[in-house]
Design a protein around this ligand. Structure first.
Ligand SMILES: Cc1ncc(COP(=O)(O)O)c(C=O)c1O
Length: 378
């Protein structure tokens, strides 16, 4: 019903992902946007909007908050009040705002992690504590012992769930343990859940930490967006959700005069994504599952590389430490453009975005295999 194998010319639209290697035979498998066209309903809504010719300032259409709340209730079983929503032009803005508004006692996060988690505290002039995750035989785990030891009262916990880059969808028990620590240390939680709708494993589901219990709901600012799920990150539409009026007020104060609303095209796109693109999302998850399985099998056959099962996201976190320093640069010689683990706080790792046509992924796997074969003589 939806053709995820259909190629689109991404150079023509100025794609950051594709322009990086323009003119070079390097497959761009780095930044987290997918190569698929956005859902037909989203494109249709944008066409309609453009036909009216109006690109003026636009409020969120009536009912947008209720639509978002309905999608979140149906997809994640979390009941929110539309009044808890604050619109944002992006999640990175949200992470930086959170550090400015709630980070005065310091920020703590679990590494490796999406690079803005590491830069936002410094940009806000507050201290960052990094807690390394444990690389267990059965997957990446939170080091609760370390976390407890290094937490300080009143800090901001920047959580990434599902976790980019390690691909974990945290379990109820893990989140409950985090929530218990948050209560004990009176933390504010900023939970980046941009990948929430991209849980690939059918036997696990996304659980917003704010939905765990009343205390977590009151101390959490959740950041979400349709941008990763429906592949429209260039439209700049996202939102924060907080039950606490005090958290909302502080966030708005940090935003005042600086942070714009989503742009006028974001509204029809977001409405069409949440209202009419549910089947597209399910088909996408099927396709991504196929890509993930293919990649996991290929990596398992290459002893020089290691990766854990990816439960969620379209990102594979690959341990290349046996290949020596700077593997991302080294892979470029073999025609692969990957994200450098050093940017995520973990040199020696690379992140591979498998949100692409299967044929392209197959080509990337062949290049990985060639590179590893060549490495024997390295
Ligand atoms: C965890 C996480 N948060 C935020 C973003 C970016 O959000 P935005 O484009 O809305 O600023 C990404 C994109 O890769 C991400 O993976």
């Amino acid at each position: 019903m939806f053709d995820f194998d259909h190629p689109i010319n991404r150079y023509a639209s100025g794609s950051i992902k594709w322009q990086k290697y323009a003119g070079r035979d390097i497959l761009p498998m780095w930044v987290a946007d997918m190569d698929f066209a956005a859902p037909p309903a989203v494109l249709g809504a944008l066409h309609q909007h453009l036909q009216r010719g109006d690109l003026g300032y636009a409020h969120a259409p009536a009912g947008m908050g209720a639509l978002v709340a309905d999608f979140i209730a149906q997809t994640h079983g979390w009941q929110i009040d539309p009044d808890w929503i604050i619109w944002l032009p992006g999640l990175v803005s949200g992470l930086n705002l959170a550090c400015r508004a709630f980070g005065h006692a310091g920020v703590v996060t679990l590494t490796p992690v999406y690079p803005p988690f590491l830069s936002a505290p410094g940009l806000a002039g507050v201290a960052l504590t990094q807690i390394d995750m444990c690389d267990h035989a059965d997957g990446w785990q939170i080091d609760f012992g370390q976390l407890r030891q290094r937490l300080r009262r009143g800090q901001l916990l920047l959580l990434c769930n599902p976790h980019n880059p390690v691909g974990r969808a945290y379990t109820h028990d893990e989140l409950a343990e985090l929530a218990k620590l948050a209560e004990e240390f009176e933390l504010t939680i900023c939970s980046d859940e941009i990948h929430a709708d991209l849980v690939l494993d059918t036997d696990c589901s996304h659980r917003p930490i704010a939905s765990l219990d009343p205390d977590s709901s009151k101390r959490t600012l959740t950041l979400m967006a349709p941008s990763k799920t429906f592949n429209m990150p260039g439209l700049g539409c996202a939102f924060a959700i907080a039950e606490s009026p005090a958290i909302r007020a502080r966030l708005k104060q940090a935003m005042a005069g600086i942070v714009p609303h989503p742009n006028s095209l974001a509204w029809p796109a977001m409405a069409a994504a949440y209202r009419h693109s549910r089947d597209w999302r399910l088909a996408l998850l099927d396709y991504l599952r196929g890509n993930r399985d293919l990649l996991q099998q290929a990596i398992a056959a290459l002893p020089a590389l290691k990766m854990h099962h990816v439960q969620a996201t379209y990102l594979a976190w690959i341990d290349c430490r046996s290949l020596g320093p700077a593997p991302a640069t080294w892979f470029e010689q073999y025609g692969l453009g990957l994200s450098d683990g050093a940017d995520f706080g973990a040199p020696g790792f690379v992140r591979l975005n498998f949100g692409c046509r299967r044929q392209l992924l197959q080509q990337a796997i062949e290049r990985l295999q060639t590179a590893i074969r060549a490495n024997t003589g390295r």
